[in-house]
Design a protein around this ligand. Structure first.
Ligand code: NAD
Length: 481
């Protein structure tokens, strides 16, 4: 069972930074896959725009190489050749005057114009300004901006103000690729299209919620950037916050951009300040490999791991904590939300029968899907013994292999930009509210010059994070290698 593919409107999509890493690995392969599936219309065009001196043929060759490397199943020479015909390139200097008139010339009227800012944030304002100055963008054009959206409230506000000088909020698509994941949207479907979960989705029935985004890789080549950021800014303020919002929000009145984003904003505004004792920060460290070597900063106190206990002060969640953790160089690469329900108020079974609480796991990667553990009787003549079994809602199982081959987050989000649907993009006030909650926490540990706890690379994180849960009589879902 596969969903129908409806082509989007004709478009001109300009990728600023079209020769960069993100364009090569995600944006261009994503567009090719949409083309392959018939979602990109005949008269769509993709215009690479970057500082590199390159001509159209050179850009097409560059994209072909990228597709060879990053498109696996759907790579098809003939299709690739046709896809490449949709591509052109303009060499543009975002900070100067070169190339802008050429770009203005290649843009068509009467098609959707979208501009993907796949460049460093310092160029966002420069590009926005020139798009207007050279009359390349109009009131219907859309811009897509990449993370990081500021690195604190002040810089995020400044960025919002700069973009607002040239574009309305309805034209700005702030991308958080976590929101483009199939399972994230499925979380909304499961919550709001079923009667089964929503009545139980509150402090009365939910013991706690865990959100984990664990990576096995270290900081890699991004050391310099990462060391100025850390796990809180790089992951919690955006990705984990978005997952928390979708899990915790009230049902919006409609599945419409502002209705959904209003509810997410209310959650962020209801987040309580986190006590220092409810935050554990870590840095990976062993004889062979350490964070400080990777970032080449022996004095760094930036965290490559963080765990927090977060409380939401509203009627629905009062007393049900959300435990968030994210880190690099951990044992398992996994992103998931675990909703742990309370145990039944009274057990009619003997104490050692093995009864536990239900758990709903929403897995974003790997193997996107959901499962719900249900306690049943262990089959056989052994008397009343209870076991937990997962009710697997993984797409491949229920819907067939083809349905499991879901579009990557980027390709889905780019198609949403062309359709003009902002539901899965962050609104400016959401981003600012998230920083307003994050900033004081960071300022507090920076002012204390607090050193992160060491953890072994390839482990589950620092001991102290286990204690954060244990002292509440709870434990993290186990990470597997
Ligand atoms: P990159 O350094 O690989 O590429 C930068 C691109 O910008 C190049 O095409 C370069 O030619 C172009 N550029 C630089 N200065 C320019 C100028 N003055 N005028 C015109 N073009 C100019 O960077 P990247 O990794 O592709 O990242 C792009 C953006 O996306 C960054 O903001 C980054 O934080 C964000 N991002 C990247 C990733 C990723 O996986 N690479 C993930 C999330 C967010």
């Amino acid at each position: 069972m596969v969903s129908r593919v409806i082509p989007v409107e004709a478009f001109d999509l300009v990728i600023f930074g079209g020769t960069g890493d993100l364009a090569r690995r995600k944006i261009l392969p994503g567009l090719y896959r949409r083309f392959y599936d018939g979602q990109m219309p005949e008269d769509a065009r993709i215009i690479g725009a970057a500082r590199s001196e390159m001509d159209e043929a050179g850009f097409r060759q560059f994209v072909k190489e990228a597709l060879k490397e990053f498109v696996s199943k759907r790579y098809d020479e003939e299709k690739v050749a046709t896809f490449l015909e949709h591509l052109t390139y303009v060499s543009v200097d975002a900070m100067g005057t070169d190339g802008w008139k050429d770009l203005a010339k290649v843009m068509r009227k009467d098609v959707v114009r979208a501009f993907y800012f796949s460049v460093g944030p310092s160029l966002f304002g420069e590009i926005a300004e020139r798009l207007h100055k050279y009359k390349i963008a109009d009131d219907d054009s859309r811009i897509v901006v990449e993370k990081p959206f500021g690195n604190n409230l002040e810089t995020a506000r400044a960025l919002n103000r700069t973009l607002a000088e040239h574009f309305h909020e309805t034209q700005i698509y702030r991308i958080d690729h976590y929101l483009g994941k199939e399972t994230v949207q499925n979380l909304m479907a499961v919550r709001f299209a079923n009667m089964l979960f929503e009545p139980l989705w509150n402090a009365q029935y939910v013991d706690h919620i865990q959100i984990t985004v664990a990576e096995t890789v270290g900081v890699g080549g991004r050391g310099g950037y990462y060391d100025k950021s850390g796990a809180m800014r790089d992951m919690v303020q955006n990705h984990l916050m978005q997952l928390l919002c979708l899990t915790a929000m009230e049902p919006p009145s409609k599945f419409e951009p502002d209705a959904v984003r209003d509810e997410k904003l209310k959650v962020i505004r209801a987040l309580q300040p986190v006590e220092p004792g409810d935050i554990v920060r870590g840095q990976y460290k062993s004889q062979k490999e350490s964070y400080i070597d990777d970032v080449e900063n022996p004095r760094s106190i930036t965290e490559s791991y963080i765990a927090l206990k977060v409380e939401i002060a509203n009627w629905r969640w009062n007393g049900t904590p959300f435990y968030l953790r994210t880190g690099k160089r951990m044992k398992e690469r996994v992103s998931e939300i675990v909703v742990r329900f309370k145990e039944p108020p009274h057990s009619i079974f003997e104490e050692d029968t093995g009864q536990t609480a239900n758990e709903l796991t929403i897995r974003l990667q790997p193997n996107e899907g959901m499962d719900l553990t249900v306690t049943i009787k262990e089959p056989g003549p052994g008397g009343m013994r209870l076991i937990d079994v997962p009710l697997d809602m993984t797409f491949a199982e229920a819907l067939g292999e083809e349905a499991a081959d879901v579009p990557d987050a980027y390709e889905r989000l780019i198609m949403d930009v062309i359709r003009g649907n902002q539901t899965l993009f962050m609104r400016g006030d959401e981003v600012e509210a998230a920083w307003a909650w994050t900033d004081p926490l960071i300022e507090a540990w920076e002012s204390r010059e607090e050193r992160p706890h060491a953890y072994e690379p390839g482990s589950i994180g620092p001991e102290e994070a286990l204690i954060l849960m244990h002292r509440d009589g709870r434990r993290w879902r186990e990470l597997r290698s």
